[in-house]
Design a protein around this ligand. Structure first.
Ligand code: NI
Ligand code: MN
Length: 232
């Protein structure tokens, strides 16, 4: 199994993770995103992870999963919606606190404080985040959430990377993301869910400066479409 781990920000809250020989996309909102570096039909993946029901996260998940024959992973309400409404064939429906072992590693659905209505108004269950353990790495995608003190329970054997929203308004903003970093103590931290539209505009370089000054973590700031490798 490859020990390489690469991450590409696809704009907004969408991330491509290449880990343990698998290609995993999280919240692929691409075709309607003003900052996505590629279109949904340009993406080839094995897994599609959907954190909650909002349109800026569900995005192009159904089209991508169906074209690639990928497995769609989310909470049970959302995977049932994709199965019945979009005929997605391969789904894994989970619930908060549960984990699933896959060929590339383990995926756990973690709590998030947010909401989760699906684009057509259907009930989207509880919103979540993802804790991915693979190839000796532990990566936490908080996805859309407020700050919560139980984040400290996710540190476990240590986090190599945390991906946190910083856009404010719909999720935690910069101040709370710094508190989250102090709770999670990840080796590296990447910002998400900002600069897609004016209401969630943030000065990401100021954020990175404060991460360096006020936490023990190393910030990773990328542009949409840029790939970085996780340190071994
Ligand atoms: Ni949301
Ligand atoms: Mn969102």
């Amino acid at each position: 199994m490859s020990t390489d781990c690469k991450l590409t920000w696809l704009g907004h809250a969408a991330w491509l993770l290449e880990i343990g020989g698998a290609r995993v996309v999280i919240d692929p909102f691409l075709n309607d995103s003003p900052t996505a570096p590629l279109r949904a039909d340009q993406l080839q993946v094995d897994y599609v992870l959907v954190s909650h029901g909002h349109a800026d996260h569900v995005g192009d998940s159904a089209a991508i999963a169906n074209r690639c024959g990928a497995t769609l992973i989310s909470n049970y309400e959302i995977t049932e919606w994709f199965r019945s409404k979009h005929k997605v064939a391969k789904v894994i429906g989970m619930n908060l606190g549960g984990g699933v072992s896959l060929p590339f590693g383990e995926v756990r659905l973690t709590i998030a404080f947010h909401s989760s209505q699906l684009p057509d108004g259907a009930y989207g269950g509880n919103p979540g985040g993802f804790l991915i353990s693979s190839a000796g790495k532990r990566i936490y995608f908080a996805c859309d959430t407020a700050l919560f003190s139980d984040m400290r329970l996710l540190t476990g054997a240590g986090l190599d990377l945390a991906v946190l929203p910083i856009g404010d308004l719909f999720t935690m903003g910069i101040d709370d993301s710094l508190e989250a970093i102090r709770l999670l103590t990840p080796r590296q931290v990447a910002p998400s869910h900002y600069n897609t539209w004016p209401p969630i505009a943030q000065d990401v370089h100021r954020w990175a400066e404060r991460v360096r000054q006020e936490t023990g973590s190393q910030p990773i700031v990328t542009k949409p479409g840029q790939t970085f490798s996780l340190e071994r």
